[in-house]
Design a protein around this ligand. Structure first.
Ligand code: NDP
Length: 315
């Protein structure tokens, strides 16, 4: 197992982590990015990004590939290896991975958030057999079939529109009496005859023989449950009901809020010295590529200042 020391370790290579790496490496910090999965984070699955300033339109995977290249060109090192343990309390932070043990006096936690489960019966059993959390990854499996999108936020709206590439039979199941997405997205949904929005409707259960052949729909107002049999015999269910922070590794060491997010001050400092958090892992109003990138830049600058002060005081 290799053992290596850095100035700064960044956990996570989504837009917050990669932006932090660009800024930290350019500030001459020996910077390591550790990634459990493939680089790029959730934004790499966005099929269309139109609100990152300066770029009119880009595929999420392409944007994240550019950020990764920029981080590496700036001098940051990246290792894709399973992080098993993060010891954040002592002044030298220690990160244990399947490949080696890495230490640094400062860390930036940018592990983001993962899709939240909707909680209907059969959700776990039918994941990969009709239930999906990624339209970009799985949409093509449902060519010409009926698909359901659970949720009424911006993600659900965007995925419903994306899925019309494969089918003209998309139904959004929204548990309340209104959508939560932006007005422009709502207008686009209503204009598209391939998309049907069912308000006050919850998915109660899915079942079938190896694929989803029956959906039980619950009226949120009356509580009435009605079975639905998709046209063509089977359907896809895409769940977009928000995200949950990936903070399990840090629980018990850092202050987390009631939802498990890491509160920070305005300079992204978390509750332990030398520990910073950036991106979707923080409580915030707007989880976007641009806000994650901004967090990453601030966290890197704050980490650089922290290291400088530590040096001046001979700590
Ligand atoms: P949101 O939290 O905005 O929306 C979640 C949706 O899922 C809500 O309609 C919510 O309903 C519903 N929901 C939650 N739990 C359940 C459940 N168990 N069963 C059924 N429905 C449920 O999450 P998003 O992932 O859509 O967005 C996260 C953030 O990312 C937001 O800030 C959003 O603006 C941003 N975003 C921006 C985009 C863009 O501008 N290009 C694209 C995608 C996301 P209810 O209202 O009843 O709680």
């Amino acid at each position: 197992m290799e053992e290596k020391h850095y100035d700064l370790i960044i956990l996570g290579s989504g837009c917050a982590g990669l932006t932090a790496a660009i800024y930290a490496a350019r500030a001459q910090l020996r910077t390591l990015i550790l990634e459990n999965d493939v680089p790029g984070g959730q934004a790499a699955y966005a099929w269309n990004v139109e609100n990152y300033p300066g770029i009119l339109q880009i595929d999420g995977a392409q944007l994240m590939a550019k950020m990764l290249a920029q981080a590496e060109k700036s001098g940051a090192e990246i290792k894709c290896t399973g992080v098993q343990e993060a010891n954040l309390i002592s002044p030298q932070k220690q990160i244990i991975t399947s490949q080696g043990i890495y230490t640094a006096p400062a860390v930036i936690l940018a592990t983001g958030a993962a899709p939240r489960k909707a909680g209907f019966q059969g959700e776990a059993e039918y994941t990969g057999k009709g239930v999906s959390y990624c339209g970009v990854c799985d949409g093509a499996f449902f060519k010409g079939k009926e698909v359901f999108v659970i949720g009424g936020g911006n993600s659900a709206a965007s995925e419903a529109m994306y899925l019309t590439r494969f089918t003209d039979c998309v139904t959004m199941l929204v548990r309340k009496g209104q959508l939560r997405c932006e007005k422009s997205a709502e207008d686009a949904l209503r204009r598209d005859s391939r998309i049907r929005v069912m308000l006050n409707t919850q998915l109660q259960a899915v079942s079938g023989n190896g694929c989803i052949e029956e959906l039980m729909l619950r009226d949120s107002i009356t509580g009435e449950i009605t079975p639905y049999y998709p046209k063509g015999g089977s359907a896809g269910v895409f769940v977009y009901v928000g995200r949950e922070p990936n903070t399990r590794l840090f629980d018990g060491q850092l202050t987390l809020d009631a939802q498990g997010y890491i509160p920070t001050d305005e300079n992204m400092a978390a509750s332990l010295p030398g520990v910073f958090a950036a991106g979707d892992i923080r409580p915030k109003l707007l989880r976007q590529i641009v806000t994650a990138a901004a967090d990453g830049a601030v966290a890197a600058a704050a980490a650089a200042r922290y290291l400088e002060e530590k040096k001046s005081f001979g700590a």
